[in-house]
Design a protein. Structure first.
Lengths: 165, 504
């Protein structure tokens, strides 16, 4: 399988070959890859150099935490990449965005009203959790729709709070 | 005297206190909320009693229930830890009234230090320097504040009397801009707290937050155990502490001077047991009393390492009426200690708290490493209490050795299941300003960024790319086995549509 893997501006062409080999931009490496006790922690040996990293799936791709640095990585096979190129924009810029509670907590305030226009980065909900008040921001410009909460509500993790259309 | 201690707290500090009691051969009584039945402090204690539902006001803040449990279990002493009931004079008084020993100061000392204006007036009267300001004067009109301002000197801060968290706070550089800023500060304070009263305080520039640990027994002996450097903060939350302070460093004269002032401040309120005097120190080594914490501090272990004292055991001995075995001359600082607070917060997402079950954890070990924690794999980090998971404390002969050891320990520390601020600490250890000890209380918020610190470091981007690709590939291979065309009995398109609607 051939993948186009992107970190920031840099693209890597990575081909998974058989028997523990990958080619990165045409250079072949011997790799040994193990998931540790069923956890998202992986041990990786690349030409006998040992690395350990955590890999988390997120909406925008994969987060890799390696020696204290977080890398945001997109992995696409060639067909996916062509598809995305023809769409020409990131997922946050079209369609509806549903703001979900990143953690369980208490709704302290909602500084916006239904139908209100918001800009990218505007605070839309203040959620209290672990004794801290956290500002949740709109990831894009749009109009507030389907406000499902009111101040004083307790919400579960991943509960949808409102939509930006 | 008592031989059984009730610990009116949870988390790492409850575990810390249980350990001290064990070493003194004392029995321990834990209390727990609905969310904490499986918590480590319950597992480690001799007895455990259910308090109430998870929210703190229904459990760990129920002083009446806690006292009833102490009576029922026959515990003679109550250790409040930090937070919750630790600085509540009424709780300390209620313990006393019930015939229990409160392991901490007298209720009157807690009350005197709890009110900022009273605390300032009390210590100022005994000759301790305080940050010049108008807080003790009560509510003043704009004209009065404007006429007092030049006496305090510029730059100064306008602060909300009811305030906190920087709301209603304004920095004033000169008199001519002050009238406008006063209006703005009052408006903001009124909106945030429903109280537009403000006061003035001199702005200490390049301020460092340095605190002194003190111990006082019932026989009139008061000693200090040197200082702790606590300037690394974010939103007024401490993130890292070290002992000694790199700013005080070799200046033993300054240390002894500040220490003796701290002792005097404690004596001014007739203090007993362990306490901490916080100072602001400017770049010219002028220092000002900020406040006194009338309890055990989160960061007490760095002092324990450098002085060799076990502060929690000392607290219990003092509460049992023993005289301290050490005089000020016996107390020597040796080596260096650093404490990183490991919080369940995502440093890459505005430090938002992270909750969930810790699925996997590897603790750092080896020479010079101490971990104080209240969690274990399988334990759930709930949203009800603060986000401190553990304290990672390292020691070294020198500050340099301690920093290198902390780097090593942070790399070993693996916590899976919740996001932690470990990467933040790792970046901090690489920061040149931190290594040089060149930081003040604004450093983290104004001059430190995770991204900037990452530049110029040997990048492992290609390794990250390989790792993510391998994981993605593995997932695709598995998915291909699970979902095959038509197996669902309904169109995959329809199924995906329904699934998406469900997750809105």
């Amino acid at each position: 399988m051939r993948y186009v893997t992107t970190i920031g501006e840099r693209e890597y062409l990575i081909e998974i070959l058989s028997d523990g080999q990958v080619a990165v931009d045409g250079v072949v490496y011997n790799v040994d890859f193990e998931s540790l006790s069923g956890q998202p922690v992986h041990s990786l040996l690349v030409d006998n150099h040992s690395y350990e990293g955590s890999v988390y799936p997120v909406e925008e791709g994969w987060q890799v935490l390696l020696r204290g640095t977080l890398y945001m990585v997109q992995v696409e096979d060639e067909r996916e990449k062509r598809l995305r190129a023809s769409l020409g924009s990131g997922p946050a810029d079209y369609g509806e965005y549903h703001l979900k509670a990143p953690m369980p907590g208490l709704i302290v305030a909602i500084p916006v009203n239904e139908g209100q226009e918001v800009a990218k980065g505007d605070v839309v909900v203040i959620l209290e959790s672990m004794k801290m008040q956290n500002e949740l921001k709109s990831p894009r410009a749009g109009k507030i729709a389907r406000l499902r909460i009111k101040p004083g509500d307790s919400v579960e993790q991943r509960a949808t709070l409102l939509s930006v259309v | 005297m008592f031989n059984k201690v009730l610990i009116a707290n949870r988390g790492e500090i409850a575990v810390r206190i249980i350990r001290a009691c064990r070493e003194l051969g004392m029995q321990t009584v834990a209390v727990y909320s609905e969310a904490d039945r499986q918590a480590l402090h319950v597992r480690l204690s001799d007895e455990a009693y259910y308090l109430g539902p998870a929210p703190a006001r229904d459990s760990y803040l129920r002083g009446d229930k806690i006292i009833a449990i102490a009576m029922e279990s026959g515990a003679g002493g109550v250790h409040p830890g930090y937070g919750f009931l630790a600085e509540r004079a009424d709780f300390a008084q209620a313990c006393q009234d019930a015939g229990l020993v409160f392991i901490g100061p007298k209720p009157s000392s807690i009350a005197a230090m709890g009110d900022k204006a009273v605390a300032r007036a009390t210590v100022a009267a005994s000759g301790v320097p305080v940050v010049p300001g108008t807080e003790g004067e009560g509510s003043l009109l704009d004209e009065e504040l404007l006429s007092l301002a030049p006496k305090i000197g510029f730059p100064l801060l306008i602060k909300a009397t009811a305030g906190g968290g920087g709301k209603g706070m304004r920095e004033v550089q000169a008199l001519d801009e002050m009238a406008g800023l006063l209006q703005a500060a009052r408006r903001e304070a009124e909106a945030a707290f429903g109280d537009g009263n403000v006061y003035l305080e001199k702005l200490v520039e390049g301020a460092r937050h340095i605190e002194f640990q003190i111990l006082a027994d019932n026989h009139g002996n008061v000693v200090h155990l040197g200082e702790r450097e606590c300037s690394l903060q974010r939103r007024h939350q401490k993130l890292l502490e070290e002992c000694p302070s790199p700013f005080v460093g070799d200046d033993d004269e300054l240390r002894q001077l500040m220490g003796s002032v701290a002792v005097r401040a404690a004596q001014a309120v007739d203090y007993v047991n362990a306490g901490t005097i916080e100072f602001l120190v400017d770049k010219d080594k002028n220092f000002f009393f900020l406040e006194m914490n009338t309890r055990l501090q989160v960061e007490h272990p760095v002092t324990e390492i450098v002085t060799g004292f076990d502060i929690v055991k000392e607290q219990i001995r003092i509460a049992r009426g023993r005289q301290m075995r050490h005089t000020q001359e016996d107390i020597q600082l040796s080596g260096w200690a650093i404490d990183c607070r490991i919080n369940a917060e995502d440093p890459y997402n505005q430090f938002l708290p992270s909750t969930g079950i810790i699925s996997h954890m590897i603790l750092p070990t080896g020479p010079g490493v101490r971990v104080d924690t209240g969690v274990y794999p399988g334990f759930e980090i709930s949203p009800y209490y603060d986000s401190l998971i553990s304290k990672l404390i390292v020691s070294g002969e020198t500050r340099g050795e301690a920093i290198l050891r902390m780097r090593r320990a942070l790399e070993e520390y693996k916590i899976i299941g919740v996001r932690t601020n470990i990467p933040f600490h790792q970046r901090l250890m690489d920061s040149h300003r931190f290594m040089g000890g060149q930081y003040d209380t604004r450093f983290v918020e104004e001059r430190f960024s995770l991204e900037a610190a990452e530049e110029g470091k040997g990048s492992l981007e290609d390794i990250a790319a390989i790792l993510a690709t391998l994981v993605a590939h593995q997932q695709t291979q598995r998915a291909a086995h699970i979902i095959q065309r038509g197996e669902r009995g309904t169109s995959n398109w329809k199924w995906v549509g329904r699934w998406e609607r469900m997750h809105r």
